[in-house]
Design a binder for this molecule. Structure first.
Ligand SMILES: Nc1nc2c(ncn2[C@@H]2O[C@H](COP(=O)(O)OP(=O)(O)OP(=O)(O)O)[C@@H](O)[C@H]2O)c(=O)[nH]1
Ligand SMILES: [Mg+2]
Length: 257
């Protein structure tokens, strides 16, 4: 049913957010890769991954649908990828739209991208995973394209648990089914190694090698005054705030892969 595939990867984890079965599944379709949410990602890492992922049969475009960055490069890329087919249509005097399927993990921004590309809000988009439930065709006549919005999919078994932790930190896995305190500690475990200066700047904390991730979590809670009666740290509130601030980009521009 489709001429090509548009695969969305989260720019904050472009390797971990690749569905391992897509390469095989879509090997016979021209494909365009979009790195989404670039305004939240480490810009040096974005350019590195654009170069690393692009190939002979694969175009990669960094975009951000909140700022609009890069979205105007998508239509020309679609036309370039589908040039032969478009020429055949033109030779026959046909005006058929290019049909493209938009795929990617839950909450990566598929519906938002479609709305931004189409310049109208036709696909339902919200800040939680699992919003789109059914396939939906969205015609964009001005671009000569029809986009298929699809429900986000994750795979059943994560061979590498760090992949699962990164996707959960990005908000691709429903928060209700995960221990938020454990998740924010594992996020801190990644940030203290790769972005210590951002943690220090935001939370005014210091830590040593001996401190566990949970020790650091508690230090942040005390700095923020997230304390219950009895001077005990309010773990739930601290976890919720840490995850929210990370996802909103308040800690800084961060790439987890
Ligand atoms: N900062 C930023 N936020 C984005 C971007 N694209 C999407 N979002 C946000 O990410 C959240 C999820 O967007 P959706 O478009 O619903 O994601 P989806 O891939 O369709 O998700 P499912 O339908 O659940 O699979 C929303 O809160 C969007 O506002 C982007 O480029 N930048
Ligand atoms: Mg959606």
């Amino acid at each position: 049913m489709v001429d090509m595939v548009i695969e969305l990867l989260d720019a904050r984890a472009p390797i971990s957010s690749r569905n391992p079965s897509f390469a095989e599944l879509f090997k016979n379709k021209p494909s365009l890769t979009l790195l989404t949410k670039c305004s939240l990602a480490d810009r040096r890492a974005v350019s590195r991954y654009v170069n690393q992922l692009k190939g002979k049969d694969r175009m990669v475009i960094p975009i951000d649908c909140k700022t609009g960055m890069g979205v105007k490069n998508v239509a020309p890329a679609i036309r370039e990828l589908m040039a032969e087919k478009l020429e055949r249509y033109a030779a026959k005097g046909m005006k058929k739209p290019i049909r493209a399927m938009v795929v990617g993990i839950t909450n990566v921004g598929k519906s938002t991208f479609i709305n931004t590309f189409a310049g109208s809000r036709r696909a339902k988009a919200e800040d939680r995973p699992g919003v789109t439930r059914h396939n939906q065709w969205i015609p964009v006549p001005s671009m000569g394209v029809e986009l298929l919005d699809t429900p986000g999919v994750l795979w059943h078994k994560f061979e590498d648990q760090t992949v699962a932790k990164k996707l959960a930190a990005l908000g691709a896995i429903r928060d209700e089914i995960l221990d938020q305190i454990e998740l924010s500690c594992s996020l801190l475990g990644m940030l203290r190694v790769n972005y210590p200066e951002l943690l220090i700047a935001r939370y005014k904390v210091e830590w040593t090698e001996e401190d566990s991730d949970y020790d650091l979590f508690q230090k942040i809670a005390r700095k923020r005054g997230f304390i219950r009666s009895g001077a005990e740290v309010d773990d739930d509130r601290t976890a919720a705030v840490l995850l929210d601030e990370f996802r909103a980009g308040k800690i800084g521009e961060i790439t987890l892969d």
